[in-house]
Design a protein around this ligand. Structure first.
Ligand code: SAH
Ligand code: SF4
Length: 398
């Protein structure tokens, strides 16, 4: 493929996935990959010879300094800035509300184009801070233990809205270099997990572009080892994830027989446990990552027996893995119960004795419904109550 056809392909992709807010109106720069931004600048009058340099300059303003206003890009000539302003936007999701849990977890409700709402959660830990981001509004899948799964898919997020969640969280945390506070070490936002609303591998292109931007060494600069994509098991996209993104992979495994997994994670009917495991064999080598995380939600008397633990160990034999046990987080009307701590511990011990790390994920932000699988609840509430009472309701949860 010549460079020209390659870039126009990239551009077409992005023009399709990053719609202009108004047809024919300005194009949002946030979410364009470097090559797409280059093409867009040239199409809008930047001389080809200058394009790479301009991309570099604009990139730094947006992703390294957090600037959202062309007039602040002081190393660009004024007439050029004015020209950019006519053709482009720098637009990110808007925070509608923020809840802070007793444990410091922050849950943001953000509004995106079309008036839709997404949730993003920031989880501070001793040596790192993890941002859990969404990839879709709702989800097409219907995992029976997941609150998001009870809501139909509204739409895929654009790459702009995916990377935008990171930019907005950095605003809120005060983590841009030009903001008052000295640059914190370690970074406040040091890790990203694609574990919010939606199935990231059903929105592959946009997730890939957004993660490429997050990993770019000159911007947000997150190492691919600090990004984890969680999938329910969209088998055909797993090899592509290794090749085109190369981030860490987490699999929502949750059961050790097809019979149980069909019920918990219905995508299993399409790609069963053996097909899923087969697709994982090459992941660590191709993506050059160390281990695959197997997420396992602990549901009382459903998937939590000692036999399950032994079966799990046998199934994943040969795959470099760690098993993340997630105590079930309840949501209103949820049909399951959390396993007893004694049983979670027993399950974890069996896995540990077989040679795998088996951390039990401490539920974070439960008091604000920010824990795994609880997302979208505040958004649902909004539909039922007026704006002011919604805020009251949200505040009560803190
Ligand atoms: N769709 C992707 C990513 C989002 S879900 C996926 O399914 O992997 C992120 C993780 O939270 C998944 O492992 C999911 O199975 C888990 N999860 C969903 N609902 C949960 C709940 N109520 N309690 C605990 N974990 C849950
Ligand atoms: Fe969708 Fe993941 Fe929830 Fe399943 S667990 S319904 S794939 S968000």
């Amino acid at each position: 493929m010549t460079e020209e056809t390659q870039t126009s392909k990239i551009l077409t992709q992005n023009f399709v996935t990053i719609p202009r807010k108004v047809p024919g109106g300005p194009l949002n720069m946030v979410g364009l990959t470097r090559s797409a931004l280059r093409v867009a600048l040239i199409e809008n009058g930047t001389p080809e010879k200058q394009a790479n340099m301009r991309v570099g300059q604009i990139w730094q303003w947006i992703y390294e300094k957090g600037v959202r206003d062309f007039s602040k890009m002081t190393n660009l000539a004024k007439p050029y800035r004015e020209a950019l302003e006519k053709k482009f936007l720098i637009s990110v999701p808007e925070i509608i509300s923020k809840n802070i849990s007793q444990d410091g977890t922050r849950k943001y409700l953000m509004r995106i184009d079309g008036g839709h709402e997404i949730e993003t959660v920031y989880i501070p830990e001793e040596n790192r801070g993890t941002l859990c981001i969404s990839s879709q509004v709702g989800c097409t899948l219907t995992c029976s233990f997941c609150h998001t799964g009870t809501q139909r898919l509204v739409r895929n997020l654009t790459s702009s809205e995916i990377i935008g969640q990171i930019l907005v969280a950095r605003d809120d945390l005060g983590e841009w270099p030009n903001q008052e506070a000295p640059k914190p070490k370690p970074r406040l936002l040091s890790n990203v997990v694609l574990m919010g609303m939606g199935e990231p591998l059903y929105n592959f292109d946009n997730v890939r572009d957004a993660m490429k931007i997050a990993m770019d060494p000159e911007g947000v600069a997150l190492s691919r080892r600090r990004i984890t994509l969680s999938t329910s098991g969209v088998v055909p996209e797993i090899a592509k994830t290794a090749e085109e993104i190369g981030c860490q992979l987490a699999i929502s495994f949750h059961a050790t027989t097809d019979e149980v997994r069909d019920k918990l994670v219905p995508i299993n009917k399409k790609w069963n446990i053996s097909k899923l495991l087969e697709s994982l064999k090459n992941y660590p080598k191709v993506s050059n990552s160390e281990r695959i995380t197997f997420e396992y939600v602990m549901l009382k008397n459903v998937n939590d027996s000692d036999e399950d633990a032994h079966r799990l160990v046998k199934l994943i034999k040969g795959i470099p893995a760690k098993i993340n046990l997630i105590p079930f987080n309840e949501w209103p009307g949820s049909p399951f119960e959390r396993s007893d701590w004694k049983q979670i511990k027993s399950f974890s011990d069996i896995i540990y004795r077989a040679g795998y790390a088996s951390p039990i994920r401490t539920p974070r932000g439960e008091d604000i419904m920010a824990a795994c699988g609880q997302l979208k609840s505040a958004t649902e509430k909004k539909r039922k109550v007026t704006k002011s009472s919604e805020q009251l309701e949200l505040n009560k949860q803190v």
